[in-house]
Ligand binder design. Sequence first.
Ligand code: MN
Length: 483
Amino acid sequence: MSTSRETVIGLEIHVQLATRTKMFCGDLVEFGAPPNTRVCPVCLGHPGALPVVNGAAVELALRTAAALDAEIHRTSLFARKNYFYPDLPKGYQISQYERPLATGGRLAVSDPEAGPGDGAEKPVRIRRIHLEEDAGQTLHDRLEGRTAVDLNRAGVPLMEVVTEPDLRSPGHARAFLAELKRLLEYLRVSDCDMEKGSLRVDANLSVRPAGTGPGTKTEVKNLNSFANVERALRFEAERQGGLLGRGREVVAETLLWDATVGETRPMRSKEEVEDYRYFPEPDLPPLVVDGEVVGAVRAALPEPPRHREARFRTEYGLPAYDAGVLTASREVADYFEAVARATGDAKAAGNWVMTDVMAWLNAAGWAIDRFPVGAERLGELIGLVRDGRVSRGMGGTVLGRMADTGRSAAEIIAAEGLEQVRDEGRLGEWVAAALAAHPEEADRLRAGEGRLLGFFVGDVMRRSDGVADPKRTAELIRRRLGE
Ligand code: MN
């Protein structure tokens, strides 16, 4: 019976735009500033204070609209969305309603829960993209037994991206959000830091018999992590499916997700009415976007992460997993490609970036833009490993020293005696010492117990402080014992 039902999901995503100042005034956008210190008559809504549109916010929204193939409207309008809330001193939010900045558009994302033969990439249609301002925050943990209001966030620029109900499973919704987040980060539109509330999601879901008209949907508000989006949607799909299975009706309502209990709960009824009495914002002229500006925005778009991931597989022959890791952020992808260019060996470049470089960054707790070894210098090191000057294993140590000291690979290898020893004379001494130290194991290896070869190579590596060429060492041991 469940196979004949279809889950239909749509998302509204509020994205905090990475601007220096607020949407309609010059106050700084600064997370964590002392409460109520980044406010002025405009964002507090004092009578007579006039808003002015932040051009940088418009540009970031245009960038997003262009990257999502949305239709950018030459003229859009700001509107007042009226509601009363303690963190909204103006009594209304300036948003866009009937004529948003952009409509249409799409982002292709495959549904991980799709049945066999149905898992191909699905274009998720975008309904609209509009600009608005954020509200302040009520704080319940600052004053004993009382609620405080911080209005620093009031007026911070937001972009709202609304999808059509094209998502077919909670996993699909989560995959869409991950792809959208990656795109927004590539576009440098937002820091997308969910812990700071830079990305907030409202998700609506209905369950309907396959192929029929829309079922009754419920909306879960203000989800602050992708995991919670998926869990809340899974809960709602179950709950609605259960109601329909018992012949009962789903009530259209707005819900909150209680992550601790793991269930949705109805919000106050005030929120369900949704009579915002939108009307055109009288203090702002229509927003007119020049065709030339749009052209410039389009021309400056970076390669979208999805394309880049596919290109890494075809152009460099990287496995799907590696292509995903190396395109997770634009900075990692840029660094990898620079190393690949410097060495002419993309496989080796990918291997070094995914292992040694990322391990170093994880240990330091830094992002790749702070990695002290430039792509050219890592390219040199990879070349020295390829030429056998230093072993791959010792190369990792050399990279760590390069990061710590700022010196080049060749300098460190020479100064610290890390050059790989391939000379049979010196290798022979270590091999002889290793065999002499373990006569019993040597006999067993001679008698055909092949796995002891690794034991002796390891012994030589220790004796040589890691500089012996392991391949040549193994050859030499075999030859000595064969004699
Ligand atoms: Mn909104």
